[in-house]
Design a protein around this ligand. Sequence first.
Ligand code: IDP
Ligand code: MG
Length: 160
Amino acid sequence: FLPRLVAAMEGVEETYIMIKPDGVQRGLVGEIISRFEKKGFLLKGLKLFQCPKELAEEHYKDLKDKSFYPKLIGYITSGPVVCMAWEGVGVVASARKLIGATNPLQAEPGTIRGDLAVQTGRNVVHGSDSPENGHREIALWFKESELCQWVPAQAPWLME
Ligand code: IDP
Ligand code: MG
């Protein structure tokens, strides 16, 4: 199985997924992790973390001119978040589909935001928007030593 598995790794991407403080406070951690796990992506990093203000500002630096930016930084630093690094072929766009539209009222039923949230300012989860940002954000939120390279036992049953 292993040579075929390595061949299947062509086009592999990584994405940074974060359960925001509302998701943690509302007890949705297991539910949200479970959706990515069941889909079949590979979990490479996972931690509960109190985000410092400087890190939140760096993560959301592209939004610093938006009117909601101060509230966004307050929201993300208001309590612990769950940081995750997920790997897989096409994982960036697929994770964004699992998450759903930014405004939960416009997110499709079946998506995380569509099922579990009502407001843009409390939309429970973050997902990187491009493979480049996936790399950038994982490097921003994780130390190299916090990431595991491993092959799950179920790998040959997920990828041919
Ligand atoms: P995304 O999380 O779906 O990629 P972005 O446009 O990158 O959406 O915005 C980042 C985050 O900023 C959103 O997930 C949401 O928490 C917050 N945000 C975006 N637009 C608004 C808004 O109009 N009001 C309040 N918060 C917002
Ligand atoms: Mg975004």
